[in-house]
Design a protein around this ligand. Structure first.
Ligand code: 6R9
Length: 650
């Protein structure tokens, strides 16, 4: 199935000929001001990445930049380095020890401010404590924590001693945690008594305990005291964090790691099927996240960076921990929900800490839109100078709102396309260089080769098809944990091993800009026409009444598939038949009669993964009246039950 859509549809929807140039002041001071990086990369891509790798500290230089036994890549072969050294020690050696690393705010108002020196001490102690528990280089450590500084310490402590971390999002169920621990065969779990979310304490340890009934590989746990809630501590297995770090030395020699030694395993959100343990190694990954942080976020020593992602997904790994910290950034980390105690919490945080770079997800932006302009309007957002978006295609409507209401027309918006598998940002505009088009992610970064291919693997210059990354890049996944076959099949099977299959449908315009249309398994086939769910959603959200929409194709005897739209209305708009008709007509006008939804279901929420991706598989299950499949990756399982009632009612 090819994700192409009749020309007029896409053009009408995506190109409103809105192009924004970066503001002049931004241009003049940007880390990347001209096209020289693109030119260098074009001339010699591998040599270009070698230059980037030199931004890191290597204890031994590599002998070969790239060894490419397709589809298995090795970067900076023979080179030695340590990730935690690159994020901490070298900054202290360069006199940045007193620089603020982390400005942490708990949901309940708790505050912690940590300098690089302080983080360094914490990481060294924890690294020693983990060693005492018998964790060695190559062992896997599962991390199941709320958004507290200890999550960062834990990741860096692992990388300091060469242990492989696998972070599991703190909101995941016991079953999801158990599956991941067992797949990774983790020996140690680092968790907490709890964390705060929307005003209540989430009982993390109790959930972990349920998982640990079925995880024979786990020998010990370390438990952070966050909420002070009463928890069961199993003698001999469970240790308090504050106890284990008490009697260990203040310094832990960083393990000299091979460039290709494992840094982490991260299980992908898995909108379908069993989660995949994506494997990343040390040198290439760090090179990718270090350079992209510098280019895309234009990070300067004086910046206050805030990425709202959780460390439990790749954005937190790359753009909270390894990218910003390897660049000695000062950053905000916030524990809780954006609407607690009020819907202006994020804006109050930006005002309070003078955040200058803000990176969030379209799903959050659409929620802010729904809550109304008055919330950001009541805060001083003048410290902001750059905005970013990640996680899914951002519809032009939300892009404009972000640009106007949050950036107040002063801040470039970088819409960054990448994946857990790519490790670092691949496609975006550079904030001081490239024109922005609302709804388009932009162009491949220097050193990244991206093409649109058709079913046969032929390059499509302009028009729709499948996104493919056509040359290896340093931060690419090295495989799926203990499943090389699935790696080959999933990412390299589509075009007989020739090219990386990203799984995204996309279209390229005359200027070479990429417009993402969603996952290719999100393409509907309605009466023989390919229609992307993202387009219909974008058309719906384009209507002033709609806050968010999730669209799926459901079986239809006549059309093959019919379109069912789950719609969340903005506050103050009435559900009902009249609204339903207006919305159906709106889509028909925007895209064409073929895309007219056959059903509109009004709902308060839609099921999403933790990273904000709509779980269409579940919506299809609901819409087609099937038993619900695996819900372990769901952000809020209750949503599905609610939805089901609504659907049956409609
Ligand atoms: C970083 C992250 C990857 C999938 C990816 C694509 C979607 C992410 C996007 C985007 C359009 C963007 N995606 N960013 N689509 N524009 N700026 O999200 O990783 O959780 O692995 O998801 O997310 O579909 O293939 P991950």
């Amino acid at each position: 199935m090819s994700p192409h859509v009749p020309k007029t549809e896409v053009d009408d929807l995506l190109h409103e000929d809105r192009v924004f140039e970066p503001p002049l002041v931004f241009k003049n001071n940007a880390n990347v001001k001209d096209h020289s990086l693109y030119k260098q990369a074009q001339k010699n891509r591998v040599m270009f990445w070698e230059q980037c790798a030199k931004r890191l500290h290597w204890s031994k230089p590599w002998s070969k930049a790239l060894q490419w036994d397709k589809p298995f890549a090795k970067w900076f072969v023979g080179g030695k380095l340590n990730a935690s050294y690159n994020c901490l020690d070298r900054h202290i050696k360069a006199n940045f020890g007193k620089k603020t690393a982390i400005l942490w705010e708990g949901e309940n108002g708790d505050e912690r401010k940590l300098t690089y020196e302080e983080v360094y001490l914490e990481v060294n102690k924890l690294a020693n404590a983990i060693k005492v528990l018998g964790i060695n280089k190559g062992d896997r450590v599962a991390i199941y924590l709320p958004m507290v500084p200890e999550a960062v310490f834990a990741m860096l402590a692992c990388s300091r001693i060469g242990a492989v971390h696998t972070v599991v999002f703190g909101g995941f169920s016991a079953e999801a945690l158990k599956d991941r621990i067992n797949d990774a065969q983790a020996k140690l779990l680092i968790t907490a008594d709890g964390g705060y979310r929307r005003g209540s304490a989430v009982a993390l340890k109790a959930t972990a305990d349920a998982a640990l009934l079925h995880t024979p590989s786990i020998q010990d746990t370390i438990v952070v005291k966050r909420t002070g809630a009463e928890v069961a501590m199993k003698e001999g297995r469970d240790h308090w964090y504050h106890d284990v770090v008490r009697h260990v030395p203040n310094y832990c020699q960083p393990e000299e790691m091979d460039s290709e030694d494992l840094l982490f395993i991260l299980y992908t959100s898995g909108t379908t099927g069993k989660p995949k343990g994506i494997v990343h190694t040390t040198g290439g990954y760090l090179t990718g996240v270090n350079s992209t942080t510098h280019w895309v976020f234009d990070l300067k020593p004086s910046d206050v960076f805030w990425c709202t992602a959780d460390v439990g997904w790749v954005t937190g790994h790359s753009y909270i921990v390894y990218g910003p910290m390897s660049n000695a950034a000062t950053q905000v980390i916030y524990e809780g929900a954006p609407d607690h105690p009020q819907r202006d919490r994020f804006w109050k945080i930006i005002e309070k800490y003078k955040v200058s770079i803000f990176y969030t997800a379209p799903t959050a932006i659409r929620a802010f839109m729904k809550w109304g302009d008055e919330w950001p309007a009541g805060s001083d957002l003048s410290s902001l100078r750059l905005l970013g978006s990640v996680g899914e295609p951002i519809n032009p409507e939300a892009w404009m709102w972000y640009y106007e209401q949050i950036g107040r027309h002063r801040c470039p918006v970088v819409d960054t396309w990448w994946q857990t598998e790519t490790g670092a940002i691949m496609i975006t505009t550079l904030p001081g260089l490239s024109a922005m088009k609302p709804g388009s992610a932009g162009v491949p970064l220097p050193g990244v080769d991206a093409q649109i291919l058709n079913e046969q693997g032929e390059v499509i210059a302009h028009g729709g098809g499948f996104l493919s990354l056509t040359s290896p890049w340093p931060s690419m996944l090295r495989g799926i944990w203990r499943d090389p076959e699935r790696y080959q099949q999933t990412y390299w099977g589509k075009w007989e091993g020739k090219s990386y299959f990203a799984g995204d449908g996309t279209k390229r315009d005359q200027d070479g800009y990429f417009w993402f249309l969603g996952r290719v398994d999100d393409i509907m086939l309605v009466a023989g026409h390919n229609i992307s769910t993202a387009e219909v959603e974008s058309a719906l959200v384009d209507n002033h009444m709609v806050a968010e929409a999730a669209v799926v194709g459901v079986r239809d005897d006549i059309k093959g598939q019919a379109i069912a739209a789950f719609v969340i209305l903005k506050e103050g708009h009435k559900r009902g038949q009249e609204t339903e008709e207006v919305l159906k007509n709106h889509v028909a006008t925007k895209i064409g009669a073929i895309a007219r939804p056959s059903r509109v279901i009004f709902t308060a929420d839609v099921p999403k993964t933790r990273s904000g991706k709509i779980m269409r598989r579940l919506l299809r299950d609901v819409a087609e009246g099937r038993m619900l499949g695996d819900v372990t990756t769901l952000a809020d399982p209750a949503v599905v039950a609610l939805l089901k009632d609504k659907y049956d009612e409609a």
